[in-house]
Design a protein around this ligand. Sequence first.
Ligand SMILES: Nc1nc2c(ncn2[C@@H]2O[C@H](COP(=O)(O)OP(=O)(O)OP(=O)(O)O)[C@@H](O)[C@H]2O)c(=O)[nH]1
Ligand SMILES: [Mg+2]
Length: 369
Amino acid sequence: MKIKKFVAGSMQEATKQIRHELGNDAVILNSKKIEKRKCFGLIKKQGVEVIAVLDQDFSDAKKPKQPKAALPEQSPLPVKSDQLDLANQVKELKELLEKRDHEQPVDVLPEPLKKADQLLAKQGVSPAIRTKALGRLISTSLRNGEEWTEEKALQRLTDALAELLPENLDEGLAIRSQYVVLFGSTGVGKTTTLAKLAASSVLEEQKRIAFITTDTYRIAAVDQLKTYAELLNAPLEVCYTKEEFKAAQQKFADFDHVFIDTAGRNFKDGQYVKELKDMIPFERRIQAFLVLSATSKYEDMKELIRQFSSIPIDQLIFTKVDETDSLGSVMNLLAESKIGLGYMTNGQNVPEDIRYLSNASFARLLTGC
Ligand SMILES: Nc1nc2c(ncn2[C@@H]2O[C@H](COP(=O)(O)OP(=O)(O)OP(=O)(O)O)[C@@H](O)[C@H]2O)c(=O)[nH]1
Ligand SMILES: [Mg+2]
């Protein structure tokens, strides 16, 4: 954070200087009229002294979705009085946040911020993301000259978390490709989730759909999908080789959506990732979802994403959200992997237990706001 004093002949001139030195994101904290003396103090001239601040963390970060209060083009800057103390306090808080020992309670923070931090810690949000989120919360409060009430802090925290998530698709565009493939570890809920997606395509959007499965590994896998296909009156092709997969793609070329199921594997073994890539031609027309269980350990999920780095994953799906009370690892994973959130599933019922979540909705789920 940069705080600087500017002395100029007029407010307009000061604004120009501030814009030149600190840029358009600067905010005026205080201004007062002064007398400038020239020529060894012989000539007195009226002027202004302005204190401006630039919160670099905030302006360097990805632009928030909400339009920020940038400097107006020509008119004088909005003057926020009595904020110098606040700015200093904020500066100290940010330094404290960065230096704090994450294992210790943050007693030094004002109560609403302490509560916000504790809430995230309880959810399992990593110290790095907690610091970033609180930093943004503080910046926004400073920018808007807001009081730190608990309610406001929670609201700002929710906004900050949403801004830390990677870009996401609009709800209406959730399924945007003709081919949709789900892959992931054994038993995470791929087939059930695929059936939920297919069912809502048919029932809510009246789309013409088909299924392909490459899961010929488990005896019961084909039957499981067949049951859903029959219920939805949709054709199903079982593919053992990539040639058969190509043929099935061609066969279903006229369908609105083709939902592709794959075998659950221990993808920590790179060989299985290779097999998946050999079978499925991951290209633009294929929307690829990596399915993860929200009950899995963060480190394991992170490793899995690393294993899949050679596959263009469009979005992540988190299943079994109903089986956990903490979504911090999901937040950490999304923020760090930069892969957007697709769906979350919260039960075994097909088709109802699935939701497409925007970043804002996910952040609200995390903070309970
Ligand atoms: N509680 C809960 N259970 C779920 C959810 N999604 C799926 N399941 C259950 O998880 C189990 C495994 O689901 P499947 O869809 O067969 O998982 P899969 O990933 O296809 O499994 P494999 O093909 O064997 O790798 C089933 O009992 C599902 O009903 C969910 O959101 N919540
Ligand atoms: Mg399956």
